[in-house]
Write a new protein. Structure first.
Length: 118
């Protein structure tokens, strides 16, 4: 069953050009998140091109992959938000808990959608 998990906001600064002296691009975003329990026998298939791998991971495997920075920033935020909402990351086991939660739900001063045409 699909369950709404709220929304997160993120802010990424992409690397600059080829010389390293060009400024990076600012990329704000909002993602609506959902929880879906998946049976371990489920066959997973990417829904779009560009996905390098797709497989079920345990909590420990996701934590390790996060530490190795194997997820795109926006995807890492979704994983961290899941851990917060399900009590895996808490104020008791993470010293930066309040900062993490506030950064996952920050107000973005930049537009995150294109204006509607008239």
């Amino acid at each position: 069953m699909l369950r709404p998990g709220g929304a997160i906001s993120w802010f990424n600064i992409k690397e600059g050009g080829t010389t390293g002296f060009e400024p990076g691009l600012v990329e704000p975003g909002v993602q609506y998140v959902y929880d879906l329990e998946v049976d371990e026998k489920a066959v997973l298939r990417p829904a779009e091109d560009g996905i390098e791998w797709l497989r079920l991971l345990s909590v420990d495997e996701v934590m390790s992959a996060l530490r190795r920075r194997e997820f795109k920033p926006s995807c890492a935020c979704v994983m961290i938000d899941f851990f917060v909402r399900h009590g895996i990351i808490t104020a008791e086991n993470e010293g930066d808990f309040a900062d993490i939660v506030s950064r996952l739900h920050r107000s973005l001063a930049l537009p995150t959608t294109f204006p509607k045409s008239k």
